[in-house]
Design a protein around this ligand. Structure first.
Ligand code: FAD
Length: 252
């Protein structure tokens, strides 16, 4: 997101709002851990930060946001950044529902489940995806909150429930997450790909990211429309993303 804003500042702002001087606009990325993309490899961490710096994003790692009053962002290192725009992207929290035993609820709102996603000791209550906290040998602190995990757990649980309904003594299959790789894009021609057997960056990584996302979008018509859009944006550098900025005294 910080990369996208940096690109908008460079490409869109001067065209659409020539009266706003781009050099007066700063994009900060505030990250509590010591690296950007901390869930990815050290390779991806190093290059994502390099890319962001190159794009003019002011990256501050190892700092937490302590307070924001609508004007000033106060950081854990005592620094204050003045800004009316703060985008909070520090994760999601589970929506608690009644009836779940308190000792199975984590502070993050995740619900502890066993290897078949059952909320033990409740016999017929299951939790899957982001809200499920399952400890395995490979993931002793629970799985990453990713779409693939949610889809995988849903498929595995559906099969297990079928077995429970059809068989007297069903043999249930434990869920196992197979990480096929992780990708992140920072900006135009700038992406990081971590595969179990290789790690790469730059334009090639960005093309792979685009290709896979295109393939995951459902219908052929959608794929075609998005491909044409992306190709047009790439050639013209004219992103369809738009900023709508209002003057303070505008009566809207
Ligand atoms: C900004 C962002 C970017 C992400 N990017 C990626 C990515 O690139 N790749 C990736 O793999 N994952 C990504 N994720 C994570 C991914 O979206 C989640 O892991 C995935 O959606 C989890 O699926 P889920 O079904 O568990 O939860 P959700 O998709 O969150 O679905 C839960 C649903 O339950 C509904 N709900 C909540 N409470 C109740 C209630 N009491 N009653 C009824 N309904 C309720 C919610 O409205 C929601 O629709 C991203 C997440 C975010 C926030």
């Amino acid at each position: 997101m910080a990369g996208a804003f940096a690109e908008m500042k460079k490409e869109v702002l001067p065209k659409d709002y020539p009266n706003i001087l781009a050099h007066n606009v700063n994009v900060y990325l505030l990250e509590g851990s010591n690296h950007t993309l901390s869930a990815m490899s050290p390779f991806a961490q190093k290059y994502s930060e390099k890319y962001l710096n190159k794009m003019g994003v002011i990256v501050k790692t190892g700092v937490f946001v302590k307070k924001y009053d609508g004007e000033n962002v106060v950081l854990s290192n005592g620094e204050t950044i003045t800004s009316k725009n703060v985008i909070w992207s520090a994760g999601v929290i589970g929506n608690p529902i009644g009836g779940v035993p308190k000792d199975l609820l984590l502070p993050s709102g995740r619900i502890k489940v066993n290897r078949i996603n059952r909320v033990e000791p409740l016999d017929s209550v299951f939790a899957i995806g982001d809200v499920a906290y399952m400890e395995t040998e490979k993931y002793p602190k629970g799985h990453p909150q990713l779409a693939n995990v949610a889809i995988g757990q849903a498929k595995n649980l559906a099969k297990n429930i079928n077995r429970i309904m059809k068989e007297n003594n069903p043999k249930l299959k434990s869920y196992e997450y197979r990480n096929l790789g992780t990708m992140a894009t920072v900006g135009r021609n700038k992406a990081l790909v971590d595969l179990p057997f290789a790690k790469f960056k730059g334009r090639f990584a960005w093309l792979i990211w685009m290709f896979l996302h295109l393939m995951l979008i459902l219908s052929v018509r959608n794929k075609l429309v998005i491909f044409i859009n992306w190709a047009w944006n790439y050639i013209t550098k004219n992103s369809s993303l738009r900023l709508i900025l209002l003057d303070d005294d505008m009566d809207v």
